[in-house]
Design a protein around this ligand. Sequence first.
Ligand code: ACO
Length: 379
Amino acid sequence: MSKTVTQERATASGLDNVVAAETNLSHVDGEAGRLIVAGYEVETLVKTHDFEGAVAELWRAAGAETGDLKAALGSARTAAFRLVPPLLSRNCHKTVTEGLRTGLSMLPDGEPTPGISRDIPAQVSDALRVLGAAPVFVAALCRQQEGKSPVAPDPTAGHAADFLHMLRDAEASSAEVEALNAYLVTVMDHGMNASTFTARVIAATRAGTISAVVGALCALKGPLHGGAPGPVLDMLDEIGTEANIRPWLEAAIARGDRLMGFGHRVYKVRDPRADVFAHAVSLLTNNNERLRFARKVEHEALAALKEAKPGQRLDTNMEYYTAVLLEALGIPRDAVTPVFAMARIAGWTAHVMEQERVGRLIRPQSVYVGDWPEETRAA
Ligand code: ACO
């Protein structure tokens, strides 16, 4: 058999430990349970920045100057609201995530945003447009599911507060706004995860920022990545009572099911983001019973996984407490992944900026293990 590529690493499926880029954006230390974003420990970034401030730091680390990001994002939300009627009329989506995918794909690549200076480079303008559009679309899609009409954005409000207002048509409390800011800041970037890698592959072809974000959202949607929190809540509901925790978990593991919210490709210890969210949810007084139950299930799940899979280092990932936090904020279950995307768009667009500046086309090799033409075999 003739070979043009060595087969040695062909069995390392999942590209474990393959370095795909150099980045200034974030660093994940899976052994220490440490996350650095734009030069800050994530716990510090959350305490010192709201979402707009943290995005400015991240985009700066990607080499982009943003000016007044709060005002620019307000303009971007207002511009996106004009697209809400055509988005809602299409009605070609089953879920809010699919609706968001449709909405974002309505944004053309490389167009100026009304209300945003034309002096801003196209790349940053696209990043602003898509970051501003996401909460507008998510809120409108959620309200459509409940038969309610969309609520217009307030360009003077903070991004997190305005999203909650567009979702509920009522002011959120300052504790709720703080909790959502903490969530958005914490998850906005996270190394070379599957969706970010997708964004970089698309960006490396020079397809444009919006195209890269739409592709990344498709990768995020899967239950092994950003689609886990909905199933976490389903799991907590199905377990139902304390007496049922261990039997339910053991039966699920015995069936070969994966426990949602546990395990991570990089973190071999507890995901540091899980604690940020558990703390944020404890500040919201409306969901203490759910939090207490979730902590019990977590404790039992870790013990059950240790027993059933002694060779694996499976710990709690951030999706577990994401689910509990976003539920406490009244985010519909179907919208949990889109709210994750609202934050992660900041990271995807930063990676696009970085990739377009320094990157070559990303084009790995494959090893052919199929049949060879007869004449080759004879030789
Ligand atoms: N529950 C039960 N078993 C698990 C779990 C889990 N949550 N996660 C991994 N395992 C087991 C696998 O079954 C496998 O066991 P086996 O060798 O006996 O077959 C072993 O651990 C290794 O599994 P891999 O798939 O190789 O691990 P990988 O590093 O690829 O998985 C992943 C990472 C996809 C996150 C996985 O842990 C998982 O499916 N978790 C549940 C889904 C989830 O919570 N996703 C959110 C991740 S966080 C994020 O993306 C933002």
